[in-house]
Design a protein around this ligand. Structure first.
Ligand code: SF4
Length: 413
């Protein structure tokens, strides 16, 4: 029996990661999505879980989002949902880079989706020995057979090839699990409407983002397959002493996103002016922050290597970020060489409502300003795509920011 030393809320954050290595299946129990991992053999006899240790958890973020449970009416049936979806003027394409397929150790899928994917491969690869769903998918949660995830192989999903997703290439996007199809979209409930944002850590998005009024690139029903979405709270915390009502926050965030989408704008200066408009301290790159970044990323890489292939983009990316910090601590460090794409990439961050993924707007803006500076400087150092062709420095930094507990000077809560 699974130990009950974790309370129910913490148990909800355990995940199973499965990795095939030379024909052997290795299983890991990961505590919280980005916590430490324990290897074990027997699914019927999982290991005793250690007591939850918040100090070892790299991602105990306390986002401002609240959870919105979708009603049947909101999810719609087959067609568009019954509520408006605001897509804005940004559009992205999937260029089958496979970056997301090797960045997430758990990709939610249902048993039906696993059967559909395997059946599709059978139809399109008639000469190949048929695969069983359990060869490609395994449970993602202890004690549940209805929540699955693709098994990892090499440095990513077992279906990932050098040309992207095998299922997508052969049978089309519709044959993939819904999670894969809707990536990098994030649907956010904004009080009386939904907004569809783009997760800025998507490497394809960073490369293909463009301004468009055409919503055809989007799934016809982005709410289908989802049961809950994050919701902007009625009051958004600016810092310990101040908050903005939801409508005020949305107006401010949209105005900021509009400025950021203007090509050629310097994202660092825009972020600085955003911090000024909210009267919060700007994020300068101090040696202390860089040292913390270097330590965190080194320990993040070591943690990831316990259950992921060290050659995969995630561990490599964390090592790259640690090296970047180390390089910047040497004086003099390289001069910034800003990229024309930075403005658009950071616009995505705001469209994605990432501003609400830390306890306060002040903390998030401070972090993003530092990351923008780092991304600009990174272009004069080893770019992330030299480390792994699937990565792009700005998106990698945003990804690491979103998935690890980034050092935040103003995060006191
Ligand atoms: S099923 Fe395809 S799209 Fe989904 S993670 Fe695997 S390779 Fe990527």
């Amino acid at each position: 029996m699974l130990s009950t030393r974790l309370d129910m809320a913490e148990k909800a954050y355990t995940q199973l990661v499965h990795r095939r290595e030379g024909g052997r299946l290795r299983r890991f129990l990961v505590l919280r999505p980005f916590g430490p991992a324990l290897e074990f053999d027997d699914m019927d006899h999982p290991p005793e879980l250690p007591a939850y240790d918040a100090a070892r958890d790299l991602a105990p973020r306390t986002p401002q989002f609240v959870e919105h449970t979708l009603t049947a009416n909101e999810r719609g049936k087959g067609g568009r949902p019954g509520l408006p979806v605001v897509t804005g003027a940004l559009a992205v394409d999937c260029d089958l880079s496979g970056a997301c397929c090797s960045q997430y150790p758990v990709i939610p899928a249902t048993p039906e989706e696993s059967r559909r994917a395997v059946d599709a491969l059978k139809r399109f690869e008639p000469g190949k020995p048929p695969m069983k769903p359990e060869d490609g998918f395994a449970p993602s949660t202890l004690g549940r057979r209805d929540l699955l995830t693709p098994i990892l192989e090499g440095d990513g999903c077992t279906f990932l090839t050098g040309e992207g997703c095998r299922i997508h290439k052969l049978a089309g996007a519709a044959a993939k699990p819904w999670t894969c199809r809707q990536y990098p979209l994030q649907v956010v409930h904004c009080g009386n409407q939904f907004e569809v944002s783009i997760l800025p850590q998507c490497a394809c998005a960073a490369r293909t983002v463009h301004r468009s009024e055409d919503a055809d690139e989007w799934p016809t029903n982005p709410l289908q397959g989802l049961t809950t979405v994050p919701q902007v709270p009625p009051q958004v915390r600016v810092d310990d002493a101040r908050s903005l009502p939801r409508a005020g926050y949305l107006e401010w965030a949209r105005a900021l996103a509009d400025v950021l989408t203007v090509p050629g704008m310097d994202p660092v200066r825009i972020l600085e002016s955003a911090t000024t408009s909210l009267r919060v301290p700007g994020g300068t790159l101090t040696d202390a922050w860089l040292r913390t970044l270097q330590t965190r990323m080194t320990s993040e890489a070591a943690r990831l290597e316990t259950y992921l292939d060290p050659a995969g983009p995630q561990p490599k990316g964390a090592r790259w970020a640690a090296k970047l910090a180390e390089g910047l601590l040497r004086k003099p460090h390289p001069k910034p060489v800003p990229s024309a794409n930075d403005g658009l990439v950071f616009a995505l961050a705001f469209r994605a409502h990432l501003l609400l993924e830390l306890p306060s707007l002040a903390a998030t803006l401070c972090d993003l300003t530092r990351i923008a500076r780092l991304a600009s400087l990174a272009r004069a150092m080893t770019p992330a795509d030299k480390v792994d062709a699937r990565l792009e420095s700005t998106t990698l930094l945003l990804y690491l920011w979103a998935t690890t507990r980034w050092p935040v000077a103003s995060e006191k809560t």
